[in-house]
Design a protein around this ligand. Sequence first.
Ligand SMILES: [Zn+2]
Length: 189
Amino acid sequence: LKKNISLLIVIILFLSCSFSASAHPSGVTCYPGAEILGYSVDCNNHQANNSFTYSYHGLLGSYTQYVTSGVSKWSGTVSISYKTSPLLSQGAVSVYTDPDTSTVAEFYNYSSNSSGHLTSWEIRFNKSIMDGRTTTKNETTAAHEFGHAIGLNDLKHSTNQSQLMYGYSDRTATAPSTKDIIGAKEATK
Ligand SMILES: [Zn+2]
């Protein structure tokens, strides 16, 4: 019995530690998911609900079409709307040119409030790489980056190659999979 009680104490300590790690409003727990579940939520940087906005910084040219298509791949799961004014939008989307990196696109410069909810973020697309790729690949990249804006992490394990949030360019998904959608719903609860 003594052994069981100390085990129970260890479990309670472990649970209280893991719950206090995510600063979430009472009654709402951010579920982080796992590679084995096919999705991973960034509990410190995810959306407060299933609707958010973005605008463009600078001229995107043909990239607006990649963005529009990428965003539409999430429709029915998360409502992501375009705002003309950067002042009225949560996130900023832009393009840049850097031939000296293998980075295709980035979700970066993000900040969140004490509940772990994103308050601002940026996505940028590297023209040096993306100008030489197919439209389908670029639309998929846009959808993947917006997955980060939803609050999903990259997946690294090869068993997740068929998820949109797989972090490497040899992913096979061109749109959110069933598991990406489950993750997006968890991230925006
Ligand atoms: Zn990524």
